[in-house]
Design a protein around this ligand. Structure first.
Ligand SMILES: [Ca+2]
Ligand SMILES: [Ca+2]
Ligand SMILES: [Zn+2]
Length: 491
């Protein structure tokens, strides 16, 4: 047994570099909410924790659903949290009527970044005398219709009211279903549900009789051959490139029942995920990942290397580990882009990375800075405008947010051992905003090709060696000037 244990630990050590845990700095202020009954009604308790060594100032804002109000006191006030400080605030809530599960949200908005925030959220229900609370995970569990034998956690989608087309003969001779998938995005507007797996399944469960994918505009048409009778359209947030899940259960929504018509296409109409429910927010993550896919597909870049990546939500932290992306908040587009950038880096290139502690404004191992810097750059390619004179993020590393990529603050450690500067050097190579000594703009297909060309690259200098070799002599100096503007001092 002793030998066995030794062999096992050797295997773990060998595998670690390829699947290293890469996590970004968490929120500067963490918010936790809980609900408890009191003699007068219901008390919401908010615990605010400053996780940094500095004072963090900002505003606290309580957002209540219709039918619930605050007995007294302001719903918004200023706060300054001491270094590593913890503050507890309580709010007396009054419900004017029976409340169906609705979200109570408390945001901490730092003064330094009015666009960014961290939040605590509690799903409350009950009556005038007493409200009870559920965490996001409990609420997702509660609204789920259950799980099926194929490992899907099922939810109900509905059909938006509109008149449906009558069945039309299908030239292909199959019984087929068409329709369109949408959901409510972070802004509250309906957005198309692209790149989503669609299946036709028997209403009582069982094997799918047809499979397909939604298009970029959310539309789909799937064929069930000579199938007949009732089916439901089932939408799973994933495709060949990723799969949204909690633990081992994929997130899936089922439409109302449809009836197949022999050799005809029937119209399922516009299928929409429920508004305001936490499970539907998994779709925001899917929408963000669609931009990562489009960064490649819009440029017709080969992605045959890209195996399906598991996306775990809600998770306890934002990190990439053992081939999976773990996420806390579905609205954090830049954090999601960064963590998925780690997945792309690991799966699509054989670049080296290393784990360990890292602070975005400090210097450390250049291999760690290389992998972190690339992940941040990838988030920028997915989301930021190449012409932006002040390209920046919103939620990434709240301690220093907004993280400005085109204009790095002077106090950030100067070297290729710093991830912020590695990310900004790659950004200058790519962006169209000429500034300082940056006069180049290579599109992502070139930048990705160099990632693929490199062999065991372990730093930005290693990357530059690959770029340098590929560029015509006349372009080398300008490319080097663009990279070195970020004070990365390449070898
Ligand atoms: Ca540029
Ligand atoms: Ca630039
Ligand atoms: Zn990272």
């Amino acid at each position: 047994m002793r030998h066995f244990a030794l062999i096992l630990s050797a295997v773990v050590v060998l595998m670690a570099p390829a699947s290293a845990l890469a996590s970004s700095e968490g929120p500067a202020v963490r918010v936790a909410l809980s609900m408890s009954p009191s003699q007068k009604g219901s008390v919401l308790r908010a615990v605010l924790m400053n996780r940094t060594d500095a004072v963090v100032s900002g505003s606290v804002e309580l957002m209540l659903p219709d039918g619930i109000s605050l007995r007294r006191g302001p719903a918004r006030f200023e706060a300054a949290l001491a270094s590593k400080g913890v503050e507890v605030h309580t709010f007396d809530l009054v419900a004017s009527r029976g409340i169906e599960t609705s979200a109570v949200e408390l945001r901490f908005i730092p003064s330094a970044n009015q666009e960014g925030y961290s939040r605590g959220r509690l799903f409350v229900s009950g009556g005038a005398d007493r409200l009870t609370g559920m965490t996001t995970e409990q609420a997702i569990e509660a609204e789920s219709l259950g799980t099926d034998e194929t490992g899907h956690r099922l939810f109900a989608a509905s059909r938006l009211p509109r008149s449906l087309d009558a069945p039309v003969p299908n030239p292909a001779g199959d019984a087929a279903v068409k329709g369109r998938l949408t959901w409510y995005g972070h802004s509250g507007a309906l957005v198309p549900g692209a790149h989503v797996k669609v299946e036709l399944v028997p209403p009582g469960g069982g094997a799918a009789v047809a499979t397909g994918l939604t298009e970029r505009d959310g539309s789909f048409q799937v064929s069930a051959g000579d199938g007949e009778g009732a089916v439901k359209a089932r939408f799973t947030l994933g495709n060949d490139r990723w799969l949204l899940k909690k633990g081992r259960k994929a997130y899936s929504w089922e439409s109302p029942e449809l009836t197949l018509v022999e050799a005809s296409v029937i119209d399922a109409g516009e299928i929409v995920l429920p508004k305001g429910l936490p499970s539907s927010e998994a779709a925001w993550i899917h929408g963000t990942l669609s931009l990562a896919l489009q960064a490649f597909s819009d440029r017709e870049i080969d992605i045959s290397w890209w195996n399906q990546v598991g996306i775990n939500w809600p998770a306890r932290g934002d990190y990439y580990s053992w081939g999976e992306v773990n996420l806390t908040e579905p609205y954090q587009w830049d954090v999601i882009g960064h963590e998925f950038g780690h997945a792309v880096f690991h799966i699509g290139s054989n670049s080296r990375s290393s784990g360990g502690q890292h602070k975005i404004d400090e210097c450390y191992a250049k291999t760690l800075a290389w992998s972190e810097g690339f992940a941040t750059f990838f988030a920028a390619v997915c989301h930021l405008d190449r012409n932006d004179p002040d390209a920046k993020f919103q939620f990434l590393v709240p301690r220093r947010a907004p993280i400005r990529l085109e204009n790095v603050p002077a106090d950030v450690c100067e070297s290729e051992k710093n991830e912020w500067r590695v990310g900004s050097a790659l950004w200058d190579l790519y962006d169209l905003h000429g500034d300082g000594t940056d006069s180049v703009a290579y599109d992502f297909d070139r930048i990705w090709k160099w990632m693929r060309d490199g062999n065991r690259m372990a730093s930005l200098s290693d990357y530059w060696a690959v770029v340098r070799q590929d560029l015509p002599a006349a372009e080398r100096e300008a490319a080097l000037q663009a990279l070195e503007q970020s004070r990365v001092d390449l070898q």
